[in-house]
Design a protein. Structure first.
Length: 376
C-alpha cells in the first residue's frame, strides 16, 4: 500500500470511523459517512459474514442464474438507495476533482471495514469505475459477491453519475482462484464493447425514504431491559473490534445499513422456495452462535448488534417470545415478513436449548416511541 494510502487508512480507523459509526448506545448502531447539512444518522446492524457467504452460495447453487440475478438486483438497488440516503455527491454538480477526492476517501473507508486492500480507477469521460480488491468480505470466500461488493458499488456509482444503465461485472475474483477481485462498473454499451455481460438491473424505483418518519421511528431511546451497547460488549471481551472490523470469537460480523435487511427479506419472502432458503440460512447462522450460550446472552447480543432494545421471555411449553423495542425502521417495514430476523432469532434460541425452536408469529407496531417487532 502506498504511504499516502497507509496514512489515510490510519486516519479513517482512528479519526473518521469513530465519528462516522456510533456504537455507544444500547440497541443502536448509527452511521453517517457524509455530512452536507442533510444527512441524518442511519441505523445499521451487524450480521454474521457466514450468513451472506452461505446465502449467496445456496441461492447460486439451487436457483442458478435466476438466483444470481436476484442477489445482484438486491445489491445494486441497496447501493443506489444508500448513496441517496447518504447524500453522496453527484458528478454533474461538484466536478471531477472534488468527486475524485470523495471517491478516494470513500474507498479508504470501505477498505478499512470490508477489505485488506482496495483500489479504484475512474474514467470520467466514459463514466467507468474499476474497483480492485484483496480479501473483500464474503466475496473472497465464496467467489460470488453480489450482495456486498458487485451490487452496492454498482448501485452507488450509478447514483453518483446519474445513469441507471450502469451495471457491474466482476471480471476476476479471489474466491474463484484469481489473485485479486476486480469489478468493472460502466454503462451497458461500454460493457458490451468490452465483451462483458452483466446481470442487468435497470429498475431503481421504489427506493425513496420518508426521512421525517425515518428520524421519528429511529430516535434513540434508553434501554429498558438492561442491555449493553456494542462498545460495552467489546470492552467486556464478548466481541473483538480490530481496525474497523468486528469479530464474535473467530466469526466475522459485517455491519451494513438496515435497508439491506429489509431488501433481502422482501426479495426472498415472496416465493415459498426462496423464503425457505432465507429462513434456513439465517437459522443456521444463529444456531452456531447460540450453542452453549444462555438466553440472556442472546438478548444482549441482539441488542448489541443494533436490533433495538431486546427482551426475551420464556413461555409455556418451552418456547420463547422475543420483543424488539425500537427495531430499525425503514419505509419497507410495512410489508416486511421478517423471515431473516425470525430465522436468526430461532436459530440462536435453538442453539441455546439444544433443540429446534421455531418462532413463527410476527407482529409489528409503529408507536409514538418507535417501531417494535415481536416474535413468538
Amino acid at each position: 500500500m502506498a504511504i499516502q494510502d497507509s496514512v489515510t487508512s490510519w486516519f479513517i480507523q482512528n479519526i473518521v470511523l469513530p465519528n462516522a459509526e456510533d456504537m455507544r448506545k444500547p440497541g443502536y448502531i448509527l452511521s453517517k459517512f457524509t455530512d452536507q447539512g442533510k444527512t441524518i444518522a442511519l441505523r445499521e446492524f451487524f450480521f454474521p459474514e457466514s450468513f451472506y457467504i452461505e446465502l449467496e452460495a445456496r441461492v447460486s447453487r439451487e436457483l442458478g442464474i435466476k438466483g444470481e440475478k436476484l442477489l445482484y438486483s438486491i445489491g445494486k438497488r441497496f447501493g443506489f438507495r444508500y448513496a441517496k440516503l447518504s447524500h453522496y455527491p453527484k458528478a454533474d454538480s461538484i466536478g471531477e476533482k472534488k468527486l475524485d477526492e470523495f471517491m478516494y476517501m470513500f474507498t479508504r473507508y470501505i477498505e478499512v471495514i470490508y477489505a485488506r486492500q482496495l483500489k479504484h480507477r475512474i474514467d470520467f469521460k466514459n463514466r467507468l469505475l474499476e474497483v480492485d480488491a484483496s480479501s473483500y468480505v464474503c466475496c473472497a470466500k465464496n467467489g460470488i459477491g453480489y450482495l456486498l461488493l458487485i451490487g452496492p458499488w454498482t448501485g452507488g456509482w450509478s447514483f453518483i453519475v446519474g445513469d441507471n444503465s450502469i451495471d457491474g461485472v466482476q471480471v476476476t475474483c479471489q474466491g474463484r482462484g484469481d489473485r485479486r477481485c476486480r469489478l468493472v462498473c460502466a454503462p451497458a454499451p461500454l460493457l458490451k464493447r468490452m465483451k462483458l455481460k452483466p446481470l442487468a438491473e435497470p429498475d431503481i424505483g421504489g427506493l425513496d425514504e420518508d426521512m421525517e418518519r425515518y428520524g421519528k421511528f429511529n430516535e434513540v431511546y434508553p434501554t429498558a431491559n438492561g442491555n449493553d451497547s456494542l462498545v460495552t460488549l467489546i470492552e467486556s471481551g464478548i466481541f473483538r473490534y480490530r481496525r474497523g472490523q468486528l469479530f464474535l470469537g473467530e466469526r466475522r460480523m459485517v455491519g451494513i445499513e438496515s435497508s439491506m435487511h429489509y431488501m433481502i427479506d422482501d426479495a426472498f419472502s415472496k416465493d415459498r422456495k426462496t423464503r425457505k432458503i432465507l429462513f434456513e440460512t439465517a437459522f443456521s447462522a444463529g444456531k452456531e452462535i447460540g450453542k452453549g450460550k444462555e438466553a440472556a446472552f442472546v438478548q444482549r447480543l441482539l441488542s448489541g448488534i443494533g436490533f433495538g432494545d431486546v427482551q426475551i421471555v420464556s413461555v409455556k411449553g418451552g418456547g420463547y417470545s422475543v420483543m424488539f423495542f425500537h427495531f430499525p425502521w425503514t419505509a419497507f417495514a410495512k410489508d416486511c415478513r421478517f423471515t431473516m430476523l425470525t430465522g436468526f432469532a430461532s436459530g440462536l434460541l435453538s442453539g441455546v436449548c439444544g433443540k429446534d425452536i421455531g418462532l413463527k408469529d410476527v407482529s409489528k407496531t409503529e408507536a409514538e416511541d418507535g417501531f417494535h417487532v415481536q416474535l413468538a
